[in-house]
Design a protein around this ligand. Structure first.
Ligand SMILES: Cc1cc2nc3c(=O)[nH]c(=O)nc-3n(C[C@H](O)[C@H](O)[C@H](O)COP(=O)(O)OP(=O)(O)OC[C@H]3O[C@@H](n4cnc5c(N)ncnc54)[C@H](O)[C@@H]3O)c2cc1C
Length: 398
């Protein structure tokens, strides 16, 4: 039986960030149980259209998330493959409403930072090798027993005892189910089609959010003239787009997006992700807590999933660090984490869900309403400010 203070189930970005922050700030004995084997990865693979990585997701990180990654020591080495967002252009395809935000207007270095999930995860894994964290991979939790002062875990290959189990297995977590957490789910009947493309002109750090007949289409700037594309489509509509040739796909994408970002010349492998909203009435239990997508899986329309997850992790780390000399699995500590995060989680979930309703809707009154909204925002700074705050991941009401 191996004994730990903390076992993290799931070694994605959320699980690794939590483990790394705690390994750096405490003497806790930590293990990560991850079902995937370690993969070979070279940081140069992150170059956009040549990308050949298992997870093509690219995330827009808010300043606050970037600061958190800096505090873990991973941000600097990612700088060469991270693209700052200097402008955000929001528009409705076929209508006049549009709105533009710029970092200069808000006197900030960037409105956000665009980074591939795979290179970010790889960097966290590298840092974890330096820290004293035990990796159990490929492995997963088979059974568990919640005792009064510890949890006994049987994985496929090991027997573990821990004071605290943190579940970071993403939206489809098995261990969350084994712990009896109840989820609330809403199917959007949409998928996100993800790919990287190259345009014939530089983007100068501009991100685009375009509302099209088929669904919201986001282009996040990468490198000099590449973009990460996230195209939300009705479930089923992705099939043809996934199977057609690159050339045909680029024609479809150009048709949907228009020519504002130039002519699209190349694209990488395409992947699709089903979209649903998963939330939880409780995010902690006896000697266990959830973080990352295991707590909330939201629509990528506003690029907030990981940003929200990292704020959760920051809070849980603070609670554990402040009490690392005591029993870190105490319910009071876990409950303090849950209470501190409730308001922000609710706000982001309802904002994201609301945006999906408004911007996936092609009914004429909605189209007119959102176009008027975009028009008004362009000319009234006070209306634009909440949108900018959201993009930058700021949570205060300033
Ligand atoms: C198309 C798209 C675009 C997005 N864009 C943005 C964006 O711009 N900004 C943003 O902030 N967020 C964005 N997100 C959300 C972001 O990608 C997620 O919030 C984030 O990656 C979640 O990280 P995680 O570590 O919680 O979960 P995951 O990335 O799902 O990682 C879970 C880990 O747990 C492991 N695991 C699963 N089950 C088990 C098990 N039983 N045992 C052991 N291990 C297990 C998995 O192998 C994986 O390593 C986007 C999401 C999508 C789909």
């Amino acid at each position: 039986m191996q004994q730990f203070d903390l076992v993290v189930a799931g070694g994605g970005v959320a699980g690794c960030s939590l483990a790394l922050a705690l390994a750096q700030q405490t003497q806790l004995k930590i293990a990560i149980v991850e079902k995937q084997p370690e993969t070979e990865y070279r940081i140069e693979q992150a170059s956009a259209t040549q990308a050949d990585v298992s997870d093509a997701r690219v995330v827009a990180l808010a300043e606050q998330s970037w600061e958190f990654l800096k505090s873990l020591g991973v941000a600097e080495s990612l700088r060469q493959i991270v693209t700052p967002i200097d402008h955000i252009h929001v528009s409705d395809r076929g209508h006049l409403g549009q709105c533009e935000l710029s970092s200069a207007e808000y006197n900030v270095p960037a409105l956000g930072y665009v980074c591939g999930l795979s290179p970010l995860l790889h960097k966290l894994e590298q840092e974890l090798k330096e820290a004293k964290v035990t990796w159990l991979r490929p492995d997963s939790v088979k059974t568990l027993q919640q005792k009064e002062s510890q949890i006994l875990i049987e994985t496929e290959h090991e027997q573990l005892e821990t004071k605290l189990l943190v579940v970071a297995e993403g939206g489809e977590s098995d261990t969350r189910k084994k712990l009896g957490f109840v989820t609330q789910q809403k199917q959007y009947q949409q998928v996100a089609l993800v790919t990287n493309i190259r345009a014939n002109k530089p983007h100068h750090g501009t991100a685009y959010e375009r509302f099209t007949q088929d669904g919201p289409l986001a282009l996040l700037p990468l490198g000099e003239r590449d973009y990460s594309v996230v195209w939300s489509l009705k479930a089923g509509e992705q099939e043809d787009l996934l199977s057609m040739t690159d050339a045909d796909f680029l024609v479809e994408l150009q048709e949907a997006f228009g020519y504002r970002a130039g002519i699209f010349e190349q694209c990488s492998q395409r992947q699709s992700f089903p979209l649903k909203l998963v939330t939880m009435p409780n995010t902690v239990g006896h000697r266990c807590a959830l973080v990352g997508n295991a707590v909330h899986t939201i629509h990528p329309i506003a690029g907030q999933g990981l940003n929200l997850g990292l704020r959760d992790i920051d809070e849980l780390v603070k609670q554990i660090v402040n009490h690392s000399a005591d029993d870190i699995g105490r319910f009071e500590l876990l409950n303090a984490y849950q209470q501190a995060r409730l308001a922000d989680q609710k706000r982001v979930v309802s904002m994201t869900d609301g945006l999906v309703s408004v911007f996936s809707n092609q009914h004429i009154p909605f189209v007119i309403g959102r176009n008027l909204g975009l028009f008004a925002m362009q000319f009234l700074t006070s209306l634009k400010r909440p949108l900018a705050r959201q993009a930058m991941g700021q949570i205060s009401n300033r």
